[in-house]
Design a protein around this ligand. Structure first.
Ligand SMILES: Nc1ncnc2c1ncn2[C@@H]1O[C@H](COP(=O)(O)OP(=O)(O)O)[C@@H](O)[C@H]1O
Ligand SMILES: CC(=O)OP(=O)(O)O
Ligand SMILES: [Mg+2]
Length: 395
């Protein structure tokens, strides 16, 4: 059996899947959570069921070891049947990386060099790569970049209107993220509808802990809401998304916040956390339904921003065939889907409330039959997409 192990590292957690490339089925998958907190947690699903452990996981290296222990204890054995390659999600590829790339010491240096553009993500990605190289020194490691899918953005979509020379020197431009997910989901949408990708104007709303919108024309990313870093755009779990840049100037002058303080504010104490004191959309929608005023405000702000991007991308695309919701919030929250599309009948967007209420792990249509724009829910599978690209890179 040829398998590929995929590591999708986040700032305080990582997900993994061992995928059989002949069938594209996950033989094992799991989650290592709360890395760096006093009690970490692992969940491993393998052929013999699900096993969980609570233990201290100080860093991603320890997290990787905890994953190897889970494989050793609950199977399948990675010693008896080692993967043919390891695929790694790397969030920021800057201007250098547009393709899945076999990891070398030079590639690692470049990923490290891009860390200040993705401080929550690239250091964790690199730590995952290094731990994996120690455990599997004899197989190729492939980096698959979140930024790669957005290489098709036109200059007017990636340019910030500041001093051009300064921007060039400091690599300031829109790169965009979640590209692996936007690519996978937009291709799945075309497949589900039985229509050529080349004929479709699509908006994909990737709403997880981090969230981004993407306008896709004929399979090419033409605009996306995240920017130079994964901070711009939509309201997220703990990130602000769009904000008047002068707010930073004001807060540094009047509230005594230095650059680290501003970084911490915008990346960790903003978004749903900043507005409602909690970053998980399940808690926010529950509290809002119970009449909690700050949760109501947080949800309304989140939905207003989403609607704003849907309208903007309709205009950028010059028409629209499909809107697809994906990732944790997009796949699971009927309240968010309904709220984001409420009042968009004039754009030909009409939800069917009964279809929207269906809970399922399958791709599904949630728009009404008379809706000009088809609205879908499609579960993302970044790990499968990374495995496919890893296989192509080593072929
Ligand atoms: N039933 C649900 N209703 C609303 N939100 C949900 C539900 N299930 C999961 N979520 C949201 O999904 C988020 C995680 O999404 P996910 O795509 O796994 O994020 P990430 O990959 O960024 O960690 C959680 O923080 C939670 O807010
Ligand atoms: C790029 C990004 O924000 O990723 P995540 O949603 O996994 O935090
Ligand atoms: Mg994610």
């Amino acid at each position: 059996m040829s398998t590929i192990l995929v590591i999708n590292s986040g700032s305080s957690s990582f997900k993994y899947q061992l995928i059989d490339m002949d069938t594209e089925n996950a033989i094992a998958s799991g989650l290592v959570e709360r890395i760096g907190e006093s009690s970490g947690h692992t969940t491993h699903r393998g052929p013999s069921g699900t096993s969980e452990r609570t233990l201290e996981i100080p860093d991603h290296t320890a997290g990787f070891r905890a994953m190897l222990d889970a494989f050793a204890q609950s199977g399948p054995s990675l010693d008896d049947d080692p993967p043919i390659a390891i695929g790694h999600r790397v969030v920021h590829g800057g201007k250098r990386f547009f393709e899945p790339t076999i990891v070398t010491p030079l590639v690692e240096l470049n990923i490290e060099d891009l860390s200040d553009l993705a401080p929550l993500h690239n250091p964790a990605n690199l730590e995952g790569i290094r731990a994996a190289e120690k455990a599997f020194p004899d197989v190729p490691h492939v980096a698959v970049f979140d930024t790669a899918f957005h290489q098709t953005l036109a200059p007017e979509a990636y340019t910030y209107a500041i001093d051009a020379e300064l921007a060039e020197r400091h690599r300031v431009r829109r790169y965009g993220f979640h590209g692996t997910s936007h690519k996978y989901v937009s291709e799945e949408a075309a497949r589900y509808l039985g229509k050529p990708l080349a004929d479709l104007k699509q908006i994909v709303l990737h709403l997880g802990n981090g969230a981004s919108a993407c306008a896709i024309d004929g399979g090419r990313s033409v605009d996306t809401s995240m920017g130079m870093t994964p901070l711009e755009g939509l309201v997220m779990g703990s990130r602000s998304g769009d904000i008047d840049p002068a707010v930073l100037i004001h807060l540094s002058r009047r509230a005594g916040l230095d650059t680290d303080g501003l970084d911490e504010l915008l990346n960790r104490r903003s978004g749903l956390v900043g507005l409602a004191g909690r970053g998980d959309m399940r808690d926010v929608t529950r509290a809002a339904a119970g009449g909690d005023a700050s949760a109501e405000r947080a949800l309304a702000t989140y939905l207003h921003r989403l609607k704003h991007y849907i309208g903007a991308y309709f205009a950028v695309l010059g028409g629209l065939d499909v809107i697809t919701f994906t990732a944790g919030v997009g796949e699971n929250s009927e309240v968010v889907r309904a709220g984001a599309l409420e009042g968009l009948g004039a754009l030909g967007i009409r939800l069917d409330p009964e279809r929207n209420a269906v809970r399922s792990r399958d791709p599904r249509t949630i728009s009404a039959d008379d809706s000009a724009v088809t609205v879908l829910v499609i579960p993302t599978d970044e790990e499968l997409e990374i495995a496919r690209q890893t296989q192509a890179a080593i072929a």
